[in-house]
Ligand binder design. Structure first.
Ligand SMILES: [Zn+2]
Length: 100
Protein backbone atom coordinates (compact mmCIF):
# COMPACT_ATOMS: atom_id res chain seq x y z
CA UNK A 1 0.00 0.00 0.00
CA UNK A 2 1.42 3.34 -0.99
CA UNK A 3 1.22 6.32 1.28
CA UNK A 4 0.52 9.52 -0.59
CA UNK A 5 0.69 11.85 2.35
CA UNK A 6 3.61 14.24 2.01
CA UNK A 7 4.68 13.31 5.51
CA UNK A 8 7.61 15.72 5.61
CA UNK A 9 5.43 18.64 4.57
CA UNK A 10 3.29 18.80 7.68
CA UNK A 11 3.64 20.59 10.98
CA UNK A 12 5.32 18.28 13.47
CA UNK A 13 3.00 19.53 16.19
CA UNK A 14 -0.48 19.98 14.67
CA UNK A 15 -0.16 18.35 11.21
CA UNK A 16 -1.09 21.56 9.43
CA UNK A 17 0.19 21.87 5.87
CA UNK A 18 0.10 25.67 5.84
CA UNK A 19 2.85 28.21 6.54
CA UNK A 20 5.55 25.70 7.44
CA UNK A 21 9.01 26.67 8.62
CA UNK A 22 11.92 24.25 8.60
CA UNK A 23 13.33 24.33 12.11
CA UNK A 24 16.76 23.17 11.01
CA UNK A 25 17.08 25.75 8.24
CA UNK A 26 16.96 28.87 10.36
CA UNK A 27 20.65 29.20 11.12
CA UNK A 28 22.38 28.77 14.45
CA UNK A 29 19.24 29.56 16.45
CA UNK A 30 17.93 26.10 15.65
CA UNK A 31 19.56 24.41 18.64
CA UNK A 32 17.76 26.80 20.96
CA UNK A 33 14.52 26.37 19.04
CA UNK A 34 14.70 22.57 19.15
CA UNK A 35 15.26 22.80 22.91
CA UNK A 36 12.37 25.20 23.35
CA UNK A 37 10.06 23.09 21.20
CA UNK A 38 11.01 20.10 23.31
CA UNK A 39 10.33 21.98 26.54
CA UNK A 40 7.06 23.46 25.38
CA UNK A 41 5.48 20.58 23.42
CA UNK A 42 7.51 17.69 24.84
CA UNK A 43 8.36 16.67 21.25
CA UNK A 44 11.94 15.75 20.41
CA UNK A 45 13.03 16.87 16.94
CA UNK A 46 16.15 14.96 16.00
CA UNK A 47 17.98 16.08 12.83
CA UNK A 48 18.82 12.49 11.86
CA UNK A 49 15.16 11.42 11.91
CA UNK A 50 14.82 11.74 8.15
CA UNK A 51 11.32 10.33 7.92
CA UNK A 52 9.83 12.70 10.48
CA UNK A 53 8.84 16.25 9.68
CA UNK A 54 11.24 18.90 10.94
CA UNK A 55 8.79 21.64 10.13
CA UNK A 56 6.49 23.61 12.31
CA UNK A 57 3.66 25.83 11.20
CA UNK A 58 3.79 29.52 12.02
CA UNK A 59 1.06 29.14 14.66
CA UNK A 60 2.95 26.48 16.60
CA UNK A 61 6.21 28.43 16.37
CA UNK A 62 4.44 31.52 17.63
CA UNK A 63 3.28 29.61 20.71
CA UNK A 64 6.90 28.70 21.51
CA UNK A 65 8.06 32.31 20.93
CA UNK A 66 5.30 33.72 23.11
CA UNK A 67 6.02 31.21 25.84
CA UNK A 68 9.77 31.96 25.66
CA UNK A 69 9.07 35.70 25.84
CA UNK A 70 6.81 35.19 28.87
CA UNK A 71 9.45 33.07 30.58
CA UNK A 72 12.07 35.81 30.04
CA UNK A 73 9.67 38.48 31.19
CA UNK A 74 8.74 36.56 34.33
CA UNK A 75 12.42 36.06 35.16
CA UNK A 76 13.14 39.75 34.66
CA UNK A 77 10.23 40.82 36.84
CA UNK A 78 11.27 38.68 39.78
CA UNK A 79 13.42 41.59 40.98
CA UNK A 80 10.18 43.42 41.78
CA UNK A 81 8.99 40.48 43.86
CA UNK A 82 12.40 40.23 45.51
CA UNK A 83 12.34 43.95 46.29
CA UNK A 84 8.93 43.62 47.94
CA UNK A 85 10.23 40.64 49.86
CA UNK A 86 13.25 42.62 51.10
CA UNK A 87 11.05 45.58 52.02
CA UNK A 88 8.63 43.33 53.90
CA UNK A 89 11.50 41.65 55.74
CA UNK A 90 13.01 45.02 56.54
CA UNK A 91 9.70 46.24 57.89
CA UNK A 92 9.08 43.17 59.99
CA UNK A 93 12.61 43.42 61.44
CA UNK A 94 12.06 47.11 62.15
CA UNK A 95 8.75 46.41 63.88
CA UNK A 96 10.36 43.63 65.94
CA UNK A 97 13.05 46.07 67.06
CA UNK A 98 10.41 48.63 67.93
CA UNK A 99 8.59 46.08 70.05
CA UNK A 100 11.64 45.17 72.11
ZN1 LIG B 1 1.38 23.54 13.80
Amino acid sequence: MAIFVRYLEICRICLSEDDLIDILQVGNMSAVRIKDINKYFNIQIIPSDENKSRKLCVNCIRKVYDWRRDVRSAAKLQFVIDTFDKMARGESMASKKRNT
